[in-house]
Design a protein around this ligand. Structure first.
Ligand SMILES: NC(=O)c1ccc[n+]([C@@H]2O[C@H](COP(=O)([O-])OP(=O)(O)OC[C@H]3O[C@@H](n4cnc5c(N)ncnc54)[C@H](O)[C@@H]3O)[C@@H](O)[C@H]2O)c1
Length: 296
């Protein structure tokens, strides 16, 4: 019986994954190397639960019960010792992830399923450093996790049918709609999304249209809820660049080459919402969308 879930990394995705499992009755151990990140995650989960109470989707009792089910740890061994399933959502860096999975393979028993929320790193490569690669799988949640229905379930080369079926069923118990895909660069979501974002940046770079014009065409013409340039700001321009590099290196195809404007913006530290500057300017607390000075 799956009851104890360990979530590693308590940033944007980790806190949402912990929130969702706890809301659906699982006992959650949330692990981060940074104690401040853990405190911030609990604050974020609390305010997101408050929003759900206000909307009437959960009551005060469910909010309190959800919070009680989440314990925090800075020590991986303590946090993962009793896990039935581990969902790793640490920083998107192959070295960090391979190191974590090597350790998890030693800490956890052979029955434990080890999942990664990676956006682009090969599940096959991650599995290869563990003792039971058949138990390793991708569980790619979307941001914001409590709201978004999709979980992209990624089968590595060695992932067993049993592991896949268990994770697909588990995602459904969280009210999600899981989709099974195979492990190739970018999986499905980012293989399709990132070239579209990259093309939108090329369209701006070549002077075909301005930031607002490009986003408006895609919002009003294609019924996208948000334009591709604004979406890139929300995902993080550094994250978009990292994923495009995985696609470019993985397929060896020029069509995935990151636009030089994206490279320049990341080099200059303009990474989107998290740095308050990308294609748009962001100020904490303001919802107004203003095109960054550079593009006006
Ligand atoms: N942000 C998104 O929209 C999004 C969407 C889907 C998937 N993802 C993936 O989810 C993962 C996490 O992304 P994020 O945006 O939440 O990142 P983030 O930077 O917000 O959080 C990462 C957290 O991992 C922690 N961490 C780093 N090394 C660690 C270690 N060794 N042990 C424990 N904790 C460690 C950091 O302290 C940080 O709190 C990445 O693999 C990313 O590709 C992100």
């Amino acid at each position: 019986m799956m009851k104890n879930i360990t979530v590693i990394g308590s940033g944007t995705m980790g806190n949402g994954i912990a929130h969702t499992f706890a809301q659906y009755g699982f006992e959650v151990s949330l692990v981060d190397i940074n104690a401040d990140a853990l405190n911030k995650a609990v604050q974020t989960i609390t305010s997101n639960l408050d929003r759900q109470v206000k909307k009437g989707t959960i009551d005060e009792q469910a909010k309190a019960a959800t919070l009680v089910r989440i314990k925090t740890y800075t020590d991986l061994k303590q946090g993962a010792a009793n896990a039935h399933l581990v969902v790793e959502a640490a920083t998107e860096n192959p070295e960090i992830k391979l190191n974590l999975f090597r350790q998890l393979s030693e800490i956890c028993t052979d029955e434990v399923i080890l999942a990664s929320n990676t956006s682009s790193i090969s599940i096959t490569q991650i599995a290869a450093v563990t003792k039971k690669p058949g138990n390793v799988i991708g569980m790619h949640f979307m941001n914001p996790v409590p709201v978004m229905k999709l979980v992209e379930v990624i089968r590595g080369y060695a992932t067993t049918d049993e592991t896949t079926q268990t994770v697909m069923a588990l995602a459904k118990t969280l009210g999600k709609d899981p989709v099974e895909v195979n492990d190739y660069p970018g999986f499905v979501a980012n293989r399709i999304l990132m070239p579209m974002i990259n093309e939108a940046i090329y369209t701006l770079y070549e002077g075909v249209a301005g930031v607002e014009e490009i986003d408006t065409v895609m919002k009003l013409g294609m019924a996208h809820p948000m334009g591709p340039l604004q979406l890139a700001d929300f995902i993080g321009l550094d994250v978009c660049l990292a994923i495009l590099k995985v696609l470019y290196n993985g397929f060896g195809n020029q069509k995935y080459a990151p636009c030089p404007l994206l490279v320049n913006m990341v080099t200059a530290g303009h990474n989107g919402v998290k740095t308050c500057s990308g294609f748009y300017k962001y100020s904490p607390g303001s919802k107004e969308l203003v095109v960054a000075d550079k593009f006006r």
